[in-house]
Write a new protein. Structure first.
Length: 484
């Protein structure tokens, strides 16, 4: 029975739940209250906080009180208590007496470190399911994008919750385990015109192995709407558009065959693979994609398409992704979008913290699993509130193998994946025989405080005219596996 339940939940990523209209209306009414409560954190703006507080005080439906509890993360509560005692907002001008005092900057008080705004999770907990979404607080600074993403996550959370209740009702009481859904939203492209987001949902039932699914959302800030492939490349009824889908299909099939050949260790063609042979282009199959930043600032180099496990291979093969350069479809771009494409793809890899933090590092030409050796230069960007500096350390277990010399470079242009980042450069000498497993860690400096001001270190990259949100060195730490 539990196996059947897990199988049913796996279908959640490919199907939509159709409930009787009366039940659906009742659930939607209830969900407005439920999700407003949970989303006070993740989609926090002042106006929404006020509305949510009003909702909290007026919850009267007994089924909500009995079925659901909304609770802040214990980590967040702990950090809020710690930070509030040490990071009080201070008004007044920044001190610049370099003869007698170190350079300081005003502290911006809040409960957790972030990119531009607070990172607070949306937590929905019931007897049937626990659903958690984490996202960079930077999203709330773009109202249209915030609303679009909020709507998408609300719908997915409700669908998952409905399904979990249906499955649970068919199981023996002794075998019932709560269903879990965990996800983290990441920026993959950011400009004044567009934002492109990515999140990977992990679903788990009891002790059963989890299932993964990838989701994306691309938003046009000028037209204030979510856009899809059809918006970029033309009408679905257009013969030219259908021909373009055939071209994309051929490119994608060839690249997946290349990836499968590398995995198998022997060359195969699309026609030799049963999954690829039957793959045909449709709007739905190509709907999960991200914009890819270009080496030419602000432009889009191409599109990365994602294919969830089971679509182009066995579930055990995992997901596939294919980058398609804009040169493949440039002549088919709609006039409103064509001018925003061009240049080569910026080769940047993103790694996020493991805690309840929006901290992430973008590394240029360095990825997990790479070998570090000799005198190296590492280039990347970290959240702006790391501007006072960071430790970059190569570890073997608990032993320090090498420490990098970090230079903050606030005047360099960001990579274009997300706002609110600051560039850095690391020089590091790595000695080793090769093949040794290690971890490359990135950790912001602990910021010293003096009279309510953050004390800046020599060589910092902070803007003294702007307030600083204090990073959390423990919660914000990021690491990736390497060899040396």
């Amino acid at each position: 029975m539990m196996a059947n339940a897990s199988k049913t939940l796996m279908l959640f990523n490919r199907t939509k739940i159709n409930m009787p209209s009366q039940q659906s209306r009742a659930l939607k009414t209830m969900s407005c209250r439920i999700l407003a409560l949970g989303l006070v954190g993740i989609f926090a703006t002042t106006a929404f906080d006020v509305a949510a507080q009003s909702t909290i005080s007026n919850v009267t439906a007994p089924q909500i009180a009995s079925d659901f509890t909304f609770q802040p993360s214990s980590n967040i509560a702990r950090m809020a208590q710690t930070n509030s005692s040490t990071a009080n907002a201070t008004s007044g001008e920044t001190t610049h007496d370099t003869r007698n005092k170190p350079e300081t900057v005003t502290i911006q008080s809040q409960s957790n470190s972030n990119i531009l705004g607070p990172l607070k999770p949306f937590l929905l907990h019931s007897k049937d399911a626990t659903i958690t979404y984490l996202m960079p607080g930077a999203i709330v600074h773009r109202a249209g994008l915030d609303l679009a993403l909020r709507s998408e996550l609300e719908n997915r959370a409700l669908d998952f919750w409905q399904l979990s209740r249906q499955v649970r009702s068919k199981l023996p009481a002794f075998s019932v385990s709560p269903f879990l859904l965990r996800s983290r939203v990441e920026d993959r492209f950011q400009s004044s015109h567009y934002s492109s987001l990515y999140w990977q949902e992990e679903q788990q039932t009891g002790d059963a192995s989890g299932t993964l699914s990838i989701h994306t959302l691309t938003y046009d800030h000028e037209s204030e709407k979510v856009i899809g492939l059809q918006d970029l490349l033309g009408s679905q009824d257009d013969n030219h558009y259908r021909a373009l889908l055939d071209l994309l299909n051929a490119y994608i099939r060839a690249d997946i065959a290349r990836q499968k050949s590398l995995r198998l260790g022997s060359s195969i063609t699309p026609d030799q693979d049963a999954w690829l042979k039957e793959f045909s282009p449709t709007e739905e199959k190509l709907s999960t994609f991200n914009l890819v930043p270009s080496t030419e600032n602000g432009l889009i180099a191409g599109l990365t398409f994602y294919f969830n496990p089971g679509l182009l291979g066995a579930e055990a093969d995992g997901a596939y992704s294919v980058y398609v350069p804009s040169s493949i479809f440039a002549t088919s771009l709609q006039p409103d979008y064509a001018a925003n494409f061009g240049g080569e793809a910026l080769k940047v890899n993103t790694y996020a913290s493991n805690g309840l933090s929006s901290a992430m590092v973008h590394l240029r030409n360095l990825k997990e699993g790479d070998e570090l050796a000799g005198s190296m230069v590492i280039e990347g960007e970290v959240p702006q509130n790391w501007c006072n500096g960071l430790h970059v350390t190569l570890l073997d277990g608990d032993e320090i193998v090498s420490e990098g010399a970090v230079t903050m470079e606030p005047n360099l242009q960001g990579f274009g994946l997300v706002d609110g980042m600051i560039r850095f450069r690391v020089e590091m000498d790595v000695n080793g025989e090769g093949g040794n497993p290690g971890r490359l860690t990135f950790e912001p400096y602990q910021v010293e405080q003096q009279d309510g001001q953050a004390v800046l270190k020599k060589g910092h990259g902070c803007d003294p005219q702007k307030s600083l949100t204090l990073p959390n060195p423990i919660n914000d730490q990021i690491s990736l596996s390497v060899v040396y």
